[in-house]
Ligand binder design. Structure first.
Ligand code: B4P
Length: 189
């Protein structure tokens, strides 16, 4: 199985590149952000709780997202592999993912990290906020909060995957196609 963790700060292009990677490698796309937004759209209890945190740029509790990922992995037993987009975001989530895949005799193949400077992230997210309707994209202080959450809770995962020799950084600035080519080169090396 090809199991890729697509990593990077908010606005780095994870969702954008995931769409191209799943088409190229026939993988199943698991985006915790998308799953949470669909819970919100459906007005579930989980969605209502998650919305309060997401609107403030705060991470949703580990046990909530771990449970969501587990059920999606179970529902796609015959897939060729997964793109984990926006997950894991904490060390506890990374450890839970390793355990979950181990139970299925599988493991993470690599972490691909999109490297983008902060001013470019803010520009992209405010721009998306103009027509996405996403509350967390419309307010610069919420965007700053998300970037701070990333730096304190998520960025340490680079060390986690480097220690397993699975970390690969890729320049996330440039055209969508240029960045996609760089990701494919790493996957196929
Ligand atoms: P996510 O949905 O994961 O949102 P994101 O990190 O903001 O988006 P992404 O990085 O995928 O955006 P993209 O670059 O594609 O998370 C939202 C919230 O959900 C979190 O704050 C948290 O509260 C919660 N959450 C989700 N997962 C969680 C977890 N595991 N644990 C706890 N909480 C969790 O797109 C950004 C913009 O850039 C787009 O407009 C795109 O068109 C543009 N863009 C992309 N590539 C570009 C390029 N090369 N050049 C110019 N623009 C580009």
């Amino acid at each position: 199985m090809l199991n890729i963790v697509l990593f990077g700060p908010p606005g780095a292009g994870k969702g954008t590149q995931s769409d191209k990677l799943i088409a190229q490698y026939k993988l199943v796309h698991l985006s915790t952000g998308d799953i949470l937004r669909s819970e919100i759209a459906n007005g579930t209890t989980l969605g209502l709780e998650a919305k309060k945190l997401m609107d403030q740029g705060i991470l949703v509790p580990d046990e909530v997202v771990i449970g969501m990922i587990e059920s999606k992995v179970d529902a796609n037993k015959d897939s060729k592999g997964f793109i984990f987009d926006g997950f894991p975001r904490t060390t506890a989530q990374a450890e839970a993912l390793d355990l979950l895949l181990k139970k299925k005799n599988s493991s993470i193949s690599m972490m691909l990290s999109l490297e983008v400077p902060k001013d470019e992230l803010i520009k992209r997210l405010l721009n998306r906020g103009k027509d996405s309707g996403r509350a967390d994209d419309q307010n610069e202080s919420v965007i700053e909060k998300r970037i701070n959450e990333y730096n304190s809770k998520t960025a340490p995962l680079k060390t986690y995957y480097t220690s397993q020799d699975k970390f690969f950084g890729v320049n996330g600035v440039g055209s969508v196609d240029e960045i996609f080519d760089s990701l494919c080169k790493v996957i196929e090396q």
